[in-house]
Design a protein around this ligand. Structure first.
Ligand code: NAD
Ligand code: MLT
Length: 540
């Protein structure tokens, strides 16, 4: 599979993908239009903040399955468009928090103590330190807008130097403020009037663009200081430049611009301009928030592992997938089992279905991840119906198109096992066919009921499901036919009786084999004496 990288990530991360057999192309320094044309033939794309994943790019992509954002902010990713195109959107939301938080704190120190301007002065032969008398952070108030991952890091660090921390974030519970030890401001104005330093840590949304503009700046104390290491445009650039010139804002430190420059051009080639580059007491870094050795390694590794998982069809923490509060590792084996149960139906039965009922029993009933497990089942079911493009992202939409209703229920009540996924397929001709499966530690997936027959069959990638008369000699005949065709049997499991005891003349077998079985061999098995029905279940 082919992966396009349009903005640089750590070399080791690129190597990680190559080592796993991916064809990786680093297509750096190209324009958005060039990337939109170039995307054809790639299964995944890895970007940072410059490349826009928009409808134009997605429409041109002919086999794109995943977009990996090496970083936190997703304002350059049209997540809705990705979902509509069935493309998984991934980011690494925790990998560069510390780096970004530390940069904001470093900027705060710098603008309180005039470090950058004094450094520039002495290099120009000006040692008059009286010009650069600063103010102390100790005892001052920092107002944090957005108390998420980075805002919380900044709060802890600035509290550590003796600042009084207040924050405005209408979307998080009081417990978060209490945990970080920050006083909650109910309104933005409440923060503005008391802060000596304002630092922004929200995403860029319709609501946060220009969250600090002229009106807000003039509600602040005269001489307020501002740090923006979140996203350009949160602070209105012209209004900030004016307030700096007029002295309402004493100093500002800016890591991000509303319209960002190219970060690859050499000085002579750079044609970028911005009003803040000419504003007094405005100290600027070129989007350095995530630029530490540690964050570069973590972001790169994080994104390539996610892309690898997504391309292998594994469940990964994606932006456009249902979210849940537990760990993915805990539900992964159940997702895998559920997908296989879904895949089995149309390989074993050709009667259309109107409804699927999935019941989670035992400890699984307490999991918050059952929605994703059900989605895995749906994915398997739709793949079994020939849908090659279904993914976690578009499974729900594809299900709606199919007209099949899927109902999820839960019960703590269970016998024999700790957990059970119990799936009933309601056929168009009025039957209810049931497949139950469980997972034994660590990751052994076992089918315990198949179309009503009790069994105990660990799953493998290729299985022959056989229904036969429960009479002597059938096993021998099946084994002989498979042996004649060099098909190696891995294991055989028989279910002899329906759960309700209604049928004890038939048996249901699961024969796990090492290689695929051709239709000719299946026909031969079907014709064997005592064999009623043979289906090949390919579950890999
Ligand atoms: P996060 O999602 O953990 O936190 C964002 C917080 O903002 C949330 O708690 C949310 O409730 C809050 N918020 C949203 N709308 C708000 C509003 N209208 N008013 C007040 N609060 C609001 O995000 P994070 O990981 O902490 O990242 C914060 C920002 O930093 C993002 O914009 C991200 O893109 C940016 N970032 C920049 C760099 C850099 O290199 N400069 C590096 C990493 C992240
Ligand atoms: C981020 O959102 O992760 C940062 O802005 C860093 C980056 O864009 O690479």
């Amino acid at each position: 599979m082919k992966i396009l990288i349009t903005e640089s990530i750590a070399d080791e991360s690129v190597q990680y993908l190559k080592d796993r057999g991916y064809e990786v192309e680093e297509y750096l320094g190209h324009s958005q239009e060039e990337i939109e044309q170039y995307i054809k033939g790639f299964d995944a794309i890895i970007v940072r903040s410059a490349t826009k994943i928009n409808n134009a790019l997605l429409d041109n992509a002919d086999c794109l399955k995943a977009v990996g954002r090496a970083g936190t902010g997703i304002d350059n990713i049209d997540v809705k468009a990705c979902t509509e195109h069935g493309v998984i959107a991934l980011n690494t939301p925790t990998a560069n928090n510390m780096a970004a938080g530390e940069l904001a704190v470093a900027h705060a120190f710098s603008i309180f103590r005039n470090i950058c301007v004094a450094n520039e002065g002495v290099h120009n032969g000006d040692f008059r330190r009286g010009n650069w008398v600063g103010v102390e952070l100790e005892g001052k108030t920092v107002g944090i807008i957005g108390l998420g991952r980075i805002g919380s890091i900044v709060a802890r660090k600035l509290k550590g130097v003796g600042m009084n921390a207040v924050a405005y974030d209408p979307y998080i519970p009081q417990e978060k403020f209490d945990k970080v030890g920050v006083t909650r401001c109910q309104t933005l104005d409440e923060l503005l009037v008391q802060a000596d330093l304002i630092t922004l840590h929200t995403p860029k949304t319709k609501e946060t663009i220009n969250i600090i503009a002229k009106e807000q700046l003039y509600k602040c104390k005269r001489g307020v200081r501002i740090v923006n290491a979140a996203r350009g445009g949160l602070v209105n650039e012209q209004d900030l430049a004016d307030a700096l010139a007029e002295g309402q804002v004493a100093a500002a430190a800016i890591d991000v611009f509303d319209k960002e420059p190219s970060y690859n051009k050499k000085p002579g080639e750079q044609d970028y301009d911005n009003v803040l580059l000419h504003a007094p007491n405005c100290y600027i870094t070129p989007h350095l928030g995530a630029s530490t050795v540690e964050a570069t390694a973590k972001v790169g590794q994080g994104v390539v592992e996610l892309i690898d998982g997504a391309l292998k069809g594994e469940i990964v923490a994606a932006i456009n997938m249902p979210q849940f509060s537990g760990s993915i590792a805990e539900i992964k084996p159940y997702c895998s089992l559920a997908e296989k149960i879904g895949l089995m139906y149309f390989q074993a039965e050709n009667m259309p279905i109107t409804k699927v009922e999935v019941k989670y029993r035992g400890e699984l009933s307490e999991s918050t991840g059952t929605g994703i497990i059900t989605l895995s089942l749906v994915m398997g079911l739709l793949k079994g119906m020939g849908n090659d493009h279904v993914s976690y992202v578009n499974a729900q939409e594809c299900l709606e198109e199919s007209g099949i209703e899927v109902v999820e229920t839960k019960t703590e009540s269970i016998q024999k096992y700790n957990n059970l996924i119990s799936v009933t397929f309601f056929t168009e001709d009025g039957r209810q066919l049931k497949i139950d499966g469980t997972v034994f530690a660590p990751d052994t997936e076992v089918i315990v009921t198949f179309f009503g027959y009790e069994m105990n069959c660990p799953l493998s990638s290729t299985v022959l499901a056989l229904k036969n008369n429960d009479v002597p000699g059938v096993i021998g005949r099946i084994a002989t036919i498979l042996g004649k065709h060099d098909i190696n049997i891995v294991s055989m499991h028989w279910g002899r009786k329906n759960q309700d005891g209604s049928d004890n003349t038939h048996a249901q077998a699961f024969v796990a084999v090492e290689q695929s079985v051709s239709q000719d061999i299946i026909d031969e098995l079907n014709a064997a004496e005592g064999v009623l029905r043979v289906s090949l279940l390919e579950l890999a």
